[in-house]
Design a protein around this ligand. Structure first.
Ligand SMILES: C[S@@+](CC[C@H](N)C(=O)[O-])C[C@H]1O[C@@H](n2cnc3c(N)ncnc32)[C@H](O)[C@@H]1O
Length: 241
């Protein structure tokens, strides 16, 4: 991994959202009859408070080193970008890139994206969810670790506002089939496009680090874009079994 300037926690703090800082409340004073305090209620993310403006918010799940978010935040300063990455070293790497450029509209969290969606992201509060090159977990016994499941898609439908977008890309055809089968079965989403591109880096360019690797190898890339409808959310049966 290319070396980046190291920043201390205080320097990176404006570019990070942490559960401890934002979500944990002091234990309630009163306790129940067993003397056990109920667990603290999660505090939903206040996007306006976090970014200091009411611009639309887009989330990337598993941003890795953050190339897509970096390019997007620089190119679209009137949109706020929030990246959720489960591996600390990548989250720190991406956060440091945003700090180097002092980007006011890019922030990250180190966490499981599904847990952040479910516990902290308010309903209909985001404009788009991007899921690019999610880990395929090739072995059958590991597939349950995949981030994109029917429950994840239902959470994405809950947090994206009507008219907002769910965008997917991968170089794994089978996983693309699973993700699109899940979303196509949900009335809460309407397909806008699904494309396969075999273009080289020179022809097609790349938006993420993994897309760059796929283009260099000549591997096809599958993409789909869905619009959130006003229909209710349904959780479909997992086509992956
Ligand atoms: C194959 S990499 C793709 C990175 C980037 N999106 C790209 O296209 O270059 C998948 C990333 O998703 C992250 N990831 C996996 N499961 C996750 C989860 N449940 N929540 C957040 N990030 C996750 C991994 O740590 C990894 O950085």
């Amino acid at each position: 991994m290319r070396k980046l300037r190291r920043f201390n926690a205080e320097e990176l703090a404006p570019y990070q959202w942490t559960f401890e800082a934002s979500g944990r409340r002091k234990p309630p004073v009163s306790q129940d009859e067993q003397g056990v305090a109920p667990p603290p209620a999660p505090k939903p993310i206040d996007w306006t408070g976090l970014f200091g403006n009411a611009n639309p918010v887009e989330i990337e799940v598993g941003m890795g080193k953050g190339l897509f978010l970096l390019t997007s935040a620089v190119g679209r300063p009137d949109t706020n970008f929030f990246g959720i990455e489960i591996v600390r070293k990548y989250q720190l790497y991406a956060t440091s890139r945003f700090k180097v450029r002092e980007l006011p509209n890019a922030k990250t969290a180190c966490a499981d994206a599904f847990a952040v969606f479910r516990r902290f992201v308010p309903t209909a509060s985001v404009q788009a969810v991007h899921v690019y090159f999610p880990d395929p977990w090739w072995k059958s016994r590991h597939k349950k670790r995949r981030v994109f499941t029917p429950a994840f898609a239902a959470e994405a439908a809950r947090i994206v506002r009507p008219g907002g977008r769910l965008l997917l890309a991968t170089d794994v055809e089978e996983y693309f089939g699973v993700m699109t089968a899940i979303v196509r079965a949900m009335p809460a989403f309407r397909e806008l496009r699904a494309v396969t591109s075999t273009g080289s880096i020179e022809e097609a360019g790349y938006e993420t680090n993994f897309e760059r690797k796929a283009r260099q190898k000549g591997t096809p890339v599958w993409r789909a874009e869905f619009e959130r409808t006003a229909e209710p959310i349904t959780e479909v049966t997992d086509p992956a079994g």
